[in-house]
Design a protein around this ligand. Structure first.
Ligand SMILES: Cc1cc2nc3c(=O)[nH]c(=O)nc-3n(C[C@H](O)[C@H](O)[C@H](O)COP(=O)(O)O)c2cc1C
Length: 403
């Protein structure tokens, strides 16, 4: 599916106002939103090296071009967890998106409805999970943290069920908070604390500040709305420890959640095998965009290792470092069934709100379609390890033969 604006882009029309790459969106977002908010999105843990390595590892993969194949008509739609989607990628769960721009969650939900892709809704989303699935016309999956309050978790599971979510994602890679230096330097806390640094930051980014103040009259200041609307009065504690959650939590959740269950933040093949054995419907390979263990492998390395371990039929979802349509196709060729955009989507919103997000989704879709054609396919469902150039192909296919 290629939408109208991409056609205009391809023809070279009306390109002056559009974002043409995630890199460009990142630069514009950096100028437009307060540094504290930009750093919250852009930042990572430790020396932040893993975040960049995730993308560089994707860059290094080579795909084999194929020739004399009729690829005039191409189709990006696919199927994941029993759902038909218009694109081979969706948007990863991200908390407090409206810090980047007011209404961010709802922009994403409307795009999910229009393009038929799953929007993963964070436990800490800045619109309620009910509002988002309504705006997304059902194209939403709910992401749960094993929070400190059992009552709150029970309530969220029930709310997700009642409001029509069919897929629940359990994020398991945040047992304890990581050290994020930029947030510490900026004095970024939640709820926000006001000091001269913050006031200066907002004053020097008037577009963001005016939009946020104007929106606050109608919707209030950005808040984690699933907490705000909880009947237990559970407070969102950004650095809360979830260190007590263990395998029994997953066992409990598998028993309670009758829909599709995805476990997110898996990197170790042994963990993946156990999660598969415990009845999860998909494994979501992710290192949280380098925001947790900075010393972890890149996500594409983990993806290949996990695909080898779990065999060819277990659905694998992938995120981490995706900044282009080429990256999406490379993830699919390396063993993923579906990919998710994290910061790539947020940079679009930070750069130009709803239209920035739309531009980024157009650019990534258009590029994925083009790369798919150049490797000789009409449909994403045809992409496999056979599309990888020699070194990468050998590595992955050997493992799959062994699996
Ligand atoms: C601002 C921000 C907030 C995030 N919040 C969550 C969250 O609430 N739950 C979660 O499972 N992952 C969260 N993540 C991690 C993303 O789901 C995803 O794994 C990561 O962004 C992928 O890497 P990328 O941004 O480099 O593409 C967050 C990431 C960012 C950038």
């Amino acid at each position: 599916m290629i939408c109208c604006k991409t056609s205009a882009l391809q023809k070279g029309e009306n390109v002056s106002k559009s974002l043409l790459s995630v890199q460009e969106a990142r630069i514009r977002a950096k100028k437009r939103i307060p540094q504290m908010m930009f750093d919250f999105v852009d930042g990572a843990s430790g020396d932040e090296s893993l975040c960049g390595l995730n993308s560089r590892a994707l860059d290094e993969i080579r795909l084999m071009p194929r020739v004399l194949v009729d690829v005039a008509e191409r189709n990006l739609s696919c199927r994941i967890l029993g759902q038909e989607t218009g694109l081979p990628f969706g948007i990863a769960p991200m908390g407090m998106c409206s810090l980047s721009w007011p209404g961010a969650d709802r922009y994403m939900a409307r795009e999910a409805a229009a393009r038929r892709f799953p929007l993963c809704v964070s436990t800490a989303s800045s619109a309620t999970l009910e509002q988002i699935i309504e705006d997304a016309e059902g194209h939403a999956w709910f992401q749960l943290y094993a929070d400190q309050s059992g009552d709150f978790v029970d309530e969220l599971i029930e709310r997700a069920k009642v409001s029509g979510y069919e897929v629940l994602i359990l994020t398991v890679d945040v047992p304890i908070p990581s050290v994020r230096t930029r947030d510490l330097r900026n004095g970024f806390t939640f709820p926000m604390q006001w000091g001269p640094r913050q006031i200066w930051d907002f004053a020097t980014h008037p577009l963001w500040s005016l939009a946020t103040v104007a929106n606050s009259f109608a919707a209030g200041m950005p808040r984690p709305m699933n907490y705000v609307t909880s009947s237990f009065g559970t407070k969102f504690v950004r650095n809360a420890s979830r260190g007590r959650a263990n395998w029994s939590f997953l066992e409990m959740l598998r028993d309670r959640w009758l829909g599709k269950l995805v476990v997110k933040g898996v990197q170790c093949p042994q963990d993946a095998l156990q999660i598969k054995a415990m009845g999860a419907d998909a494994i979501y390979v992710s290192n949280h965009g380098g925001r947790q263990l900075n010393a972890a492998p890149t996500t594409i390395e983990s993806l290949v290792a996990i695909r080898k371990a779990v065999g060819s039929t277990m659905p694998l979802i992938f995120d981490g470092g995706i900044r282009s349509g080429e990256h999406v196709i490379k993830a699919l060729a390396s063993g993923a069934n579906f990919a998710m955009l994290g910061r790539g989507a947020m940079y679009g919103i930070g750069a130009a709100g709803a239209s920035g997000l739309s531009d980024i989704l157009d650019v990534i879709s258009s590029e994925a379609s083009s790369v798919m054609g150049l490797i000789g396919h009409k449909s994403v469902t045809e992409i496999s390890a056979a599309n990888l150039a020699a070194t990468h192909h050998n590595n992955l296919s050997k493992g799959l033969d062994d699996a």
